[in-house]
Design a binder for this molecule. Sequence first.
Ligand code: ZN
Length: 63
Amino acid sequence: MSAYRSPFERLREKFDESERRCPECGYVDTEGGWRVTTSGGRVRYQFVCPTCDAVETRELRLE
Ligand SMILES: [Zn+2]
């Protein structure tokens, strides 16, 4: 239907494609991907490794 996608979704896709790999143990998550939360003008992406519980966080500012 509509081709419109929000910046959130585009960024999320980008993370999902490129960074599903745990930097600590090398586990590659094929399902979960990143969790996205927003607060104020910021978007926080968090990836929690299911095998070693390492937490990877990215924070972006919305323009
Ligand atoms: Zn890990």
